[in-house]
Write a protein that binds this ligand. Structure first.
Ligand code: MEV
Length: 356
């Protein structure tokens, strides 16, 4: 009998406060109804075998065992390398922290995702949370959600350098999460219907250039570091921008509680302006935001880390559509974006135990 564990987690959108949260300012994020699943089962051959199937963009397979390690055919190398980095670090971390011994046994890890990778929708955190949850269950390590979240956050930090606890908290708990002064708080807020527009996970011009692809996998790290440099040059200006962001998040929570969506949309537009001011809005994402606003959106903004023109502007925008859903979606599709309708406030981490 083969034991099978499935962990499934939601992707996220940051509604307010990305980047500013890295400096202790508040940020509000929501789980969305797009999920990533990790299936863990035993295999006859020794070592870990990892298979990644990303429905919007690509697939990749890899054997993880010392010198035998090799990648099998893939399409989107950059995003796949990135996902593999988080899985490898999850295994390394669990082996060290909990002394799991899958290398000797033979473990199959299969990842399926409904969310584009490297797009600011929390795929890295989702991969960490689901991999940790599935492997811990598979190896019989008990623990609560809080521990899974903390393990996953340590893994994300090890790969990425700097990371706030926001993304791993959302993938673990679902719903809405506010991070305030580094503390994670779960909030009860009403569901929202949103549109996400994503500029593809890797520009074709980068092709299979592995150097560029691995630079790509560090996109968030690079953008966060660029913001830090600018903040050091323009400290007092950035302090004022950061204080404004804190106020936006506070007012946005009030607007959501009051169901004042016009105000909420305006706050999204202002938040986008601040993200542009700190230099994380590349041309193509800026166009998606402007087009959505012109097409009648109540609000639109970059969500997540943003993007870099030299990396093909890969990233996502978040739109509160109001009455103009179809016009906004059509405009974004013409601009070459992958467009998704999503509900904010999605469900938390789920673990299923089964057997063949
Ligand atoms: C990335 O999804 C969001 C950033 O604020 C970084 C972080 O919070 O770790 C840019």
């Amino acid at each position: 009998m083969v034991k099978k564990i499935r962990a499934s987690v939601p992707a996220k959108v940051i509604l307010f406060g990305e980047h500013f949260v890295v400096y202790g300012k508040s940020a509000l994020a929501s789980a969305i109804n797009k999920r990533l699943t990790v299936d863990v089962s035993s295999r006859e051959k020794r070592g870990y075998h990892i298979k990644i199937e990303n429905i919007p963009t690509f697939g990749l397979e890899m054997n993880l065992l010392g010198e035998e390690e090799r990648a099998l055919p893939y399409k989107d190398y950059g995003a796949a390398t990135k996902a593999i980095a988080y899985v490898k670090e999850s295994i390394r971390y669990l082996e060290e922290e909990y002394e799991i011994g899958g290398g000797a046994e033979g473990v199959e890890i299969e990842i399926k995702s409904e969310i584009p990778l490297s797009a600011g929708l929390g795929s890295s955190a989702a991969t960490c949370v689901a991999t940790v949850a599935a492997l811990k269950e598979y190896f019989g390590i008990s623990g609560d959600l809080e521990e899974i979240r903390e393990d996953a956050h340590s893994i994300e930090l090890a790969v990425q350098g700097a990371a706030s606890p926001l993304d791993t908290a959302i993938s673990t708990y679902g719903g809405y999460v506010l991070v305030e002064k580094g503390e994670v708080k779960r909030l009860r807020l009403a569901e929202l219907n949103l549109i996400i527009g994503t500029i593809g996970s890797i520009p074709l011009s980068m092709g299979m250039d592995t150097k560029k692809a691995s630079e790509m996998s560090l996109k968030t790290k690079k953008i966060v570091a660029d913001v830090k440099t600018r903040k050091e040059t323009f400290t007092s200006i950035f302090d004022a921008i950061f204080a404004a962001s804190d106020e936006i998040t506070a007012q946005a929570i009030r607007a959501m509680k009051d169901r004042d969506f016009v105000k909420l949309g305006e706050l999204m537009n202002i938040n986008h302006g601040l993200l542009d001011a700190i230099g994380v809005v590349p041309r193509r994402l800026s166009e998606l935001v402007k087009m959505s606003q012109e097409s009648g959106a109540l609000g639109a903004k970059v969500t997540g880390a943003g993007g870099l023109d030299e990396m093909g502007a890969v990233g996502s925008v978040l739109v509160l559509p109001g009455e103009s859903v179809d016009r906004i979606k059509a405009a974004m599709e013409v601009a070459g974006a992958l467009v998704m309708d999503v509900n904010a406030g999605g469900e938390e981490l789920k673990i299923e135990v089964g057997s063949d």
